[in-house]
Design a protein around this ligand. Sequence first.
Ligand SMILES: [Zn+2]
Length: 104
Amino acid sequence: MTSPSEPPVDTTAPHVADAAAVRYRCTSCGNLTRFDVTTTRRTRAFHHYTVGGELEVEDLSVLAEELESVECRWCGPSGVVVEIDADAAAALDRSGSGASDPEG
Ligand SMILES: [Zn+2]
């Protein structure tokens, strides 16, 4: 049924959660689009130099990523930012299309 030699996870291809799928919302001002996001990222990459010393970074893989803080661009540290999923973001985008924009 199962092969004991096969590892449960493929360690040669580390996979981290797709950062693009995460959306944020500032509950203080309703901002959905502007955030200062601080992350610590540990990466491994193939640095490919030409004979002339020009660097080309290839095969970049993220080994670990830690989200340190998310601040609303408008409210700063005083803003209360919550994480929302893609479905909630889509609903907000639709309902908020006619609302006033803090950008003016
Ligand atoms: Zn805000």
